[in-house]
Design a protein around this ligand. Sequence first.
Ligand code: FEO
Length: 399
Amino acid sequence: MPFVEIKPGIYWIGVNDHTTDLFEGLWPIDEEGVSYNSYLVKDQKIAIVDLAKSLKVDEFLSQVEELVDFSHIDYIVLNHLEPDHSGVLNVLGKLSPQATILCSSLAREMVSSFYGIRERVKVVEEGEEISLGEKSLKFFLTPMVHWPETMMTYEVDSRILFSCDAFGGYGALRGAIFDDECSDLDFYKKESLRYYVNIVAKFSPMVLKAIDKLSSLSIDSVAPSHGLIWRENPSLVIDWYRQWAEYAESGGEKAITLVYGSMYGHTEAMMDAVARGVAESGVRVEVFDVRRTNPSYILPSLWVNKGIIVGAPTYEAGLFPLVVPLLDLATRKGVKNKKALFFGSYGWSGGGRREWEKMVSPLNWEIVDSLEFKGRAYPEVLAQGRALGRSFGKVISEL
Ligand code: FEO
């Protein structure tokens, strides 16, 4: 994409990624894509704020070259060293050896370990301001949003916050780069939530600290390193992030996620009965089949909804194996403070429920009830499941 002037003298020079299948080697983005937003600030001095993954390097460099001479770049600001924001440094560092890298003290070590660069690296402190002429860059340390070295950069004259991972999301840019140009904000909200839960959620307390720290700033635009630039309504995306971060403690909204797997259809038949009962309670339920849905897409629902129902048959005296990686990721991401229900079929001995209880015990999930049944879900057992769904729905609605 060609560069875009987002304010006088400030340019988006990002790269759209439509070819990476797994972000961080883990999270599917083959359909949605992602953008690596980089920004160039041109004044008496010239700074580039955040870079891009080492992908489409020619496109990135030609955007820079159209705006400035590489030998005139004074600063490269690295808010975060994860290679999706710094990969191009390998090349840009050679083209602009005179540029000084500005980063946090922890980032300095990473600049060395990832890129072998030790010269012309200046550590900036909390609140420090560096003048570019009329414009100036002010730095705020925001550790663990998303790595320990992370900071944000605020351009004082235009009141733009370059927030890096914070307030970003999956989803390549589709022509529109500003919120007010976008005709499908729901897509970016959904993909921002998925990004939040996949990448940042574990550090939710630090997200809240960062938002508190920024609360005294007058912010005209939020320019993250992934996704849309928020200039019409910058508080919208900040409020989304605040709300999602608060779910870490509150457990989320009065709604239910039902995740299930099934081998021969008996647990699936029970899923239909339980979901029917939940629907009768009037509580919203989202249903996912672990056999067909990547955990990346299930985790956001687990994060947002207070009620969780897991349906899984017993497999070799344990839990249906495809449920295990999902629960493991839920543990790693800190999906806590939920109310939970379990159901599942078994052939000759149970064991699924036992392993499930063991897996969720570190997560502070309150187990409200469970139903393991032998073999097929006969009508009387399905009626039990439906009643269970109804009563669990009632528990959630009365929170
Ligand atoms: Fe978008 Fe933590 O990298």
